[in-house]
Design a binder for this molecule. Structure first.
Ligand code: SAM
Length: 259
């Protein structure tokens, strides 16, 4: 069966990369595992039988008969993960999520997972290296942006290893990296959680401007925020952005019902 470009299909065929991935995940018999995009089942095969529950979400219905036949007990959901209601999996125990993600949906998927009410223990994802560098970026660098702040607000990030295009069939044009995201037990409180993303989108759409100018459409009380409004969006830490989000004077009309 031909790999489908529109589903971002690049199948892992490198046994050493798969073994390393399994080693990093370290599944346990009591785990609830969720795999996103099992494809032809390269990672699924290694995870199958290791956990108490194993759910996989795959959009390509043509792969379903083979996955069902090969992996009895796998709870296969044939669906678009971007439309999947994660809390349908239950919210009583945490999930461990893994996947060699289709690159075209990695960013919206990460945002959806981070803002869902699903309890998550950790996530191991193969990402395009450039995206992994952003997720694991630092303030003051080119890689630092909306996704860096959003992910690092919710999770600690570890880049585990890089993977060459030759490890996949067909090979992608770019290098990949395996990352581990672990939700933080403690996060600085946000008065209105959705406002963090409003601030980030607005700030990073004008990343070369000074903050006061980049965020002029938002009613920020700069004294309350305690952040230098002459700095530039890419110089601020996660905590700075939380302070700004919490210092927006209610209401923000453009935000509509986001509160
Ligand atoms: N896990 C397999 C592997 O490593 O060989 C496949 C990885 S491939 C990069 C991405 C997989 O995600 C494909 O099987 C693709 O069909 C699936 N996929 C793409 N978009 C999806 C979506 N929106 N929802 C669920 N699965 C999706």
């Amino acid at each position: 069966m031909k790999a489908r470009k529109r589903f971002g299909q690049h199948f892992l065929t490198d046994a050493s990369v798969l073994a390393r991935t399994l080693d990093c995940i370290g599944p346990r018999p009591t785990d609830r595992l969720l795999e996103i995009g099992p494809g032809r089942g390269a990672l699924t095969e290694l995870l199958h039988g290791t956990a108490e529950r194993f759910v996989a979400i795959e959009i390509d219905r043509d792969l379903a008969p083979m996955l069902r036949a090969r992996f009895p007990g796998l709870e296969l959901v044939v669906a678009d993960v971007l439309k999947f209601e994660f809390t349908a999996l239950g919210t009583d125990a945490p999930w461990r999520i893994a996947g060699n993600l289709p690159y075209n949906i990695s960013t919206p998927l990460l945002v959806r997972l981070l803002t869902s009410n699903l309890l998550i223990e950790d996530m191991h994802f193969m990402l395009q290296k450039e995206l992994a560098d952003r997720v694991d970026g630092e303030p003051g660098t080119k890689a630092w942006g909306r996704l860096s702040v959003l992910v690092q607000y919710h999770c600690t990030v570890e880049t585990l290893f890089d993977v060459e295009p030759s490890s996949f069939v067909p090979p992608p044009k770019v290098r990949s990296s395996m990352v581990r995201l672990t939700p933080r037990a403690e996060k600085p409180p946000l008065t209105y959680p959705a406002r963090l993303d409003t601030v980030l989108r607005t700030a990073f759409s004008a990343r070369r401007k000074r903050l006061a100018n980049a965020l002029k459409s938002l009613p920020v009380d700069w004294d309350r925020a305690g952040v230098d409004k002459n700095s530039r969006p890419d110089q601020l830490s996660v905590r700075d952005y939380v302070r700004i989000a919490n210092a927006i004077e209610y209401p923000v009309s453009a935000e509509g019902a986001v509160r």
